[in-house]
Design a protein around this ligand. Structure first.
Ligand code: UFG
Length: 344
């Protein structure tokens, strides 16, 4: 969609713009597409350490800057006023958060607080936060509802839980209402092929499996085969990134209509083990994978499956890509079309 067409569409949040931090990242870039598709004018702030400039839809306005730097944050707010902030910037990787907790805390907590303070000064009243199932730690029961105890087992999960608390306190004291969206495992790619998953280094299971099946990795390592699950490997709830993106647009609409601060799970409610992911990708591609069994990876809860009924009732969220096959098919198309470019 061209900028002129956006101006002609009726935006669900009125005639104002939103700020998206980390809009060059995996989930952020899909959310920017969904915002623009909904007619919402969007400014992106990204430091491009992990995000990609060419992942951002051309109709978004782009500012290069870092949320850890208060001057960069102040500079982007000069482009306001913003009706809302959608916050994705930060360190989003569990293994890296153990290797470098200082970096994780600086990005996710110091950076987040810089942003929130500037949003408050800038008169922002609505905030959508990219949270995670990592806030729960190993579940006591499954599927996990939002009122399950929060016992994160990684620095990353701790930062997400802590920032949700910061948001709740800012809501009570300053009237900034927020929706924290706790993603389970984001996966897949924009069905129209406009964006996809690109991490460097890649640590997530689905792109690793697809890269192996394309011949770019010698094997797939299965981290942990002795978990208390039917086949011994970890179970996760994979949710299509475009369905996640849609939930952010719905959260903005809900906040614009006066919704209260909430934390909402986003998952499909079905779990797949690592071995089932590999088998599904083999069926989808007609290729055979080479698997190596490894020890457990630090910070991995055995099972994470969402109870997303609250997101359905509060937001009216209905995932449209409700199968692992569909998620893997979109990921495979993206990997087949763009994997070669990324190697160059
Ligand atoms: N895995 C492998 N081999 C690999 C990569 C991953 O066996 O090469 C396994 C992991 O050990 C895990 C499962 O595949 O059991 C899924 O791992 P991912 O790295 O794809 O995703 P995570 O479950 O670690 O990460 C997701 C979200 C995070 C969130 C985390 C909570 O991406 O935001 O769940 O644990 F914090």
């Amino acid at each position: 969609m061209r900028r002129s067409e956006i101006g002609n569409r009726q935006s669900p949040i009125g005639n104002s713009r939103v700020l998206v931090t980390g809009g060059g990242g995996y989930v952020g870039s899909h959310v920017v597409l969904a915002l623009l598709d909904a007619g919402i004018a969007t400014v992106v702030l990204d430091n491009f350490e992990q995000g990609y400039l060419d992942a951002i839809a051309p109709d978004a306005e782009i500012v290069s800057g870092d949320i850890r730097n208060a001057d960069d944050v102040a500079r982007v707010f000069e482009r306001g006023p913003f009706a809302a902030v959608l916050h994705f910037a930060g360190l989003a990787n569990v293994p890296h958060s153990f290797a470098d907790p200082e970096k994780c805390y600086a990005a996710n907590l110091t950076g987040g607080l810089n942003l929130l303070a500037a949003a408050r000064r800038g008169g922002v009243k609505a905030f959508v936060f990219s949270s995670s199932a990592a806030v729960y730690g190993p579940p006591e029961r499954t599927p996990i509802p939002e009122d399950h105890p929060l016992r994160p087992i990684s620095p990353y999960g701790f930062t997400k839980a802590a920032f949700e608390r910061v948001l709740s306190d800012f809501g009570a004291a300053y009237g900034i209402r927020s929706v924290s969206l706790r993603y389970f495992n984001a996966a897949g790619a924009d069905p129209a092929g406009r964006a996809g998953e690109r991490h460097n280094p890649e640590t997530h299971i689905i792109p690793i499996v697809l890269q192996h099946l394309r011949g770019k990795r010698p094997c797939i390592k299965v981290f942990g085969t002795d978990y208390p699950t039917p086949d011994g490997s970890c179970i996760r709830d994979y949710v299509h990134v475009s369905d996640l993106a849609e939930a952010h647009v719905l959260a903005l609409k809900a906040l614009a209509a006066g919704a209260e601060t909430a934390s909402l799970n986003l998952g499909l409610g079905h779990g797949y083990s690592v071995r089932e992911v590999i088998a599904t990708a083999e069926r989808a591609t007609g290729l055979k994978a080479k698997v190596m069994e490894e020890g457990r990876r630090e910070g991995d809860p055995p099972v994470l499956v969402a109870d997303s009924s609250r997101a359905k009732s509060v937001l009216g969220w209905v995932p449209r890509h409700d199968s692992l096959e569909a998620i893997i098919a979109d990921g495979w198309r993206w990997e087949s079309q763009h994997g070669q470019e990324r190697m160059a």
